[in-house]
Design a protein around this ligand. Structure first.
Ligand code: SIN
Ligand code: CO
Length: 375
């Protein structure tokens, strides 16, 4: 399914992105759900899939984590099943993320899908990330409040909610409507009937994650071996004192480790191209020989990127799932990074180079790209 998003992106970014929540009425016209509630429930029975059931009864909240064996115990009201990273497991659902590629890939995260019965929801809360919540089947009332310092509490150890808030958006969403919420705006969705919601989530690394990720890189590459030195060490009246110039020297030393453009770019490409959720990796058996890949592409077969696989480029460098791919075939690399499906035309001359073909075979044999359409 090819989802067409009716949105003026430059205007949206100027007025709303990271600034204000907004309802995009009928962002998707004639919206068709890419997944059924049964399929979603089936996914939440799989070991590798991250899911939870949130329910409430007279103000008491319960959270259960998947995989689930059965849903027989559930009543007709007040629960919601939430499944993370469905784009990794269900190709038709992954198609819903494509229209959002006006925003850069490195900022996107995953597609979370929820199924709620009447009264179902996770309660009032806020998130750290931008999210586009698409209304699928059913109607759900969404309320969003002004960004404010609201008190948070945990009605259940696995559930973080905020105190009640006044709504600046209060809307009954219908299929195809999209609610955009920037980080920090309190919101709650309350189902009026059985409803499916699709959350296209974004990611924005925190300083903590960056420092910790960079530290891992420094350790694994054995960088930063240079040590502090002080040939002009200054005697001081109080030997316990660390002088401002010494602190500045230490700070500069640390900044210098980061301030190596080549290393820094390499690290960030590797870091940000790693997925935060498990990938549905199924390497082909038996593996492909390079000439089989060549023949298949010549015959018009196309390669599709595995759902959720992250590919980014920095200058001429391309990073795939945490690793850099090097090749002199710039155009082919650019296509690999930017197109989700590729045929012979996108690879061009690169296919005549045995070393490129071997690299491509390795990617296919890792399960990162596969022949055929989205199942
Ligand atoms: C949902 O209930 O579908 C979305 C939960 C959220 O607001 O993050
Ligand atoms: Co939320």
């Amino acid at each position: 399914m090819d989802y067409q998003l009716d949105l003026n992106w430059p205007e949206f970014i100027q007025r709303y992105w990271q600034k204000r929540p907004v309802v995009l009425k009928r962002g998707f016209k004639n919206f068709v759900d890419p997944i059924s509630p049964d399929e979603l429930a089936g996914l939440a029975m799989e070991n590798e899939v991250d899911s939870r059931l949130v329910s409430h009864d007279e103000g008491k909240w319960q959270v259960a984590h998947g995989p689930f064996q059965s849903y027989d115990h559930l009543g007709e009201n007040n629960w919601s099943l939430l499944v993370q990273a469905v784009d990794h497991w269900h190709a038709p659902s992954a198609a819903l993320m494509r229209p959002f590629r006006f925003l850069p890939d490195w900022r996107t995260d995953d597609l979370m899908i929820s199924f709620s019965v009447p009264g179902g929801g996770v309660g009032p809360h806020f998130d750290q990330y931008d999210v586009f919540i698409i209304q699928g089947t059913g109607r759900r009332r969404w309320r969003v409040g002004e960004k404010a310092e609201l008190k948070q509490h945990c009605p259940h150890p696995d559930l973080l909610q905020v105190e009640p808030f006044d709504a600046i958006i209060d809307e009954e969403m219908e299929p195809g409507d999209i609610l955009y919420i920037p980080p920090g705006f309190p919101h709650e969705g309350y189902s009026l009937e059985s409803a499916i919601n699709y959350s296209v989530g974004f990611r924005a690394p925190s300083g903590r994650e960056l420092i910790s990720g960079f530290a891992d890189h420094v350790l694994s590459r054995e960088l930063g071996s240079h040590r502090f030195s002080d040939p002009d060490v200054q005697p001081r009246e109080n030997p316990a004192e660390i002088l401002p110039s010494e602190l500045e020297g230490i700070r500069q030393m640390m900044l210098n480790v980061i301030d190596q453009p080549g290393q820094f770019n390499q690290w960030f490409g590797e870091f940000i191209s790693q997925s935060r959720h498990e990938l549905d990796i199924a390497p082909p058996e038996p593996p492909y020989q390079p000439d089989e890949i060549y023949d298949a592409l010549q015959q018009g077969d196309e390669l599709t990127r595995l759902g959720g696989l992250r590919v980014v480029s920095i200058g001429e460098a391309v990073f795939i799932n945490g690793e850099q791919l090097d090749s002199p075939h710039r155009a082919a690399l650019t296509a690999l990074a930017n197109q989700l499906t590729l045929g012979q035309a996108q690879f061009g001359d690169a296919l005549d180079d045995p070393s490129f073909l071997a690299q491509l075979a390795a990617l296919v044999n890792s399960g990162y790209w596969y022949f055929g359409d989205e199942e």
